[in-house]
Design a protein around this ligand. Sequence first.
Ligand code: FAD
Length: 481
Amino acid sequence: MRTPEAYKESLRAMRPNVYKFGELIEDVTEHPATRRSVEGHAQIYEQAMLPEQEEVFTTLSSLTGERISRYLSIIRSAEDMLANSRMKRRMFNLTGTCTGARCVGWNALNTMWSVTHDIDKKFETDYHHRLREWILYAQANDLAVAGALTDPKGDRTKAPSEQEDPDVHLHIVGWEEGGITLRGAKVMIAGASAANEIFVLPGSKYKDSDADFAVACVVPRDMEGITIVEARHPNDGRDLEEGFDNPVDIGGITQGYILFDDVVVPAGRVFMAGEFGFTGRLIERFITPYRSAIGGCVAGQGDLMIGAAVLMARANGLSERTFRQKLVDMSINNETTYGMGIAAAVLGKVHSSGSWLCDPLLANINKVHVATLPYETKRITQEIGGGIAETGCMPSWKDLGSEEYGELLRKYLTADADGMRRAKAARMIEWLTLGSGVPGTMHGGGSPDGARMFVSSKTGLEEKVKLVERLMGEDEQDPGE
Ligand SMILES: Cc1cc2nc3c(=O)[nH]c(=O)nc-3n(C[C@H](O)[C@H](O)[C@H](O)COP(=O)(O)OP(=O)(O)OC[C@H]3O[C@@H](n4cnc5c(N)ncnc54)[C@H](O)[C@@H]3O)c2cc1C
């Protein structure tokens, strides 16, 4: 298993292919646009080295028996899923944000573990073996793997093959003996610049005319033909600031637009190529564990919001008792998403490939909570924090240090004891509720309306009607009949 430094070294050794603000980033570990994201992921490697975190962050490989990062393991039980939720909660506690360059790729490899098993059974292909070989390689090298499903999509009402420009969904443009050629893009990919490899999955359920879009594979992030353009972000420029305006330990969520310009993927790295009939179950098996464990992510960030709100109340000279009910509501929101995700895991079952499938109904219900409750928690945090927290409405750390007017600013920021502590807590709330700390759980992992459609299809209205009909005594004769 790799140390944080070995992980960063591996990124430095890659071909520079990440751009932002028109500039090619030579070293993603140092450049202000990507450094925080890399540092956040490096903390995962650090945690895995700690004896007290070993049980959560590492596990024994079901393929080799070797100790590996949990982020490259095959999830085989409810206990593994529980560790997934615990690990994500802890990572949000430590970085305040998302570390998608390990979690989404992990989710993708687990999805394909069962899906390749099913495809091989039907078509006698050897996808499962190929995936196994790649997982062995990934485990041996302790890779950071991002996951890429989201296509640009074009007109949302049209299937990929009906779009004016076929490239708005990543697709196969060449079928060579030794592999396939891909063209198109994947967008909003979390942690792309912090990843060694990118696990590509189809973005939706497809029909026969969309067979060329049904592609799953894994590619090195710096492969020939791949260009990544990082999204502009509220955190931009923060590295240029000083003091509490630029807290050192918080992570930095980044999303990349990944452009595929005729990328040739060797067959050994291809796990689906044209088997459109399996894309529906692929999507379901991706979103189910994802929407389960994401409850841990938002709870982990909620922990920080509760802590920041209490610190702010105290700095204002108020006791947290003033806000007891609000803090209780925040805690309820937190544990609802965490607990619901764990319930989805516990009610799961083993697939014949050996991987664990969480309960899809509960996981999708959790997605709706995850797209709702943390935003209410943010609202409460701002309410407790007051105006200086709401929009970070106060002078910078540098101005507070000014020889000319700093003393006056510090005097007017002081409420209880220390004005600087109050300012620090306020800046943290601004970050948690408005900036990079926003977990992106409205659409990350798919839209809540998509989850609602799933819930609708599984709710079983007629069964419920029958239950009530029985209680109403439908068979009994009505008076006068
Ligand atoms: C922070 C963050 C991190 C992310 N990380 C990743 C990642 O690591 N990997 C990855 O693959 N993706 C990632 N994504 C992308 C995410 O999966 C998508 O944002 C999500 O799937 C929704 O797609 P979209 O943004 O294109 O929304 P749109 O498709 O534009 O949808 C917008 C709204 O319209 C509705 N809608 C769309 N189509 C229809 C229709 N035909 N009929 C009715 N309503 C419709 C949707 O339900 C939604 O409410 C990330 C997103 C965020 C915000």
